[in-house]
Design a protein. Sequence first.
Length: 183
Amino acid sequence: MDIMSAKLMLNSLCYNMTEPMTNLTATMNSQSSRAASRVAAQLETAQALCESRGSRLTPIRRRVLEILLEQGRSVKAYELLELIRDDQAAAAPPTVYRALEFLVEEGLVHRLDAINAWAACHDAGGQPHDLLVVCTSCGSVAELSDPDLTRSLAEKVAQAGFRLSGHETELRGLCEACKGCLP
């Protein structure tokens, strides 16, 4: 192959690579825009729920919720603190913990005891979730509702002489994406 043929082939290859990259960028921008719209809608729902209950979604509480919604997975408190400090350098652990406590009480965030983290409730205005499945690899959370299973579990727990102390049950596992990464 001579030099001229090689240059033509290289130019053709570069041109053909540009179009897929442009399409990929457009797809990623579209997905990012949809995600931002979804987060904005969820924040509006949270604001409306708080107002209807006579509570306030203060700027710090709103920002904590927004970060959790944007992350789309469970987040540990100190990771959350670092993310908040990107906007509010003076943020302190008690401030973040108080915001998280409020958001849990309002049903806007789930406290995940199994992994000591928090995750946004993605359906705060909808049905309550009695089962949370947490990926032990990436921290993603699936919110499920199965009242029959929850009743059955409560009966088994009662037979053992206990009473459930919360309305959510956490299960640990691997999500589809992480399960696919196993050898």
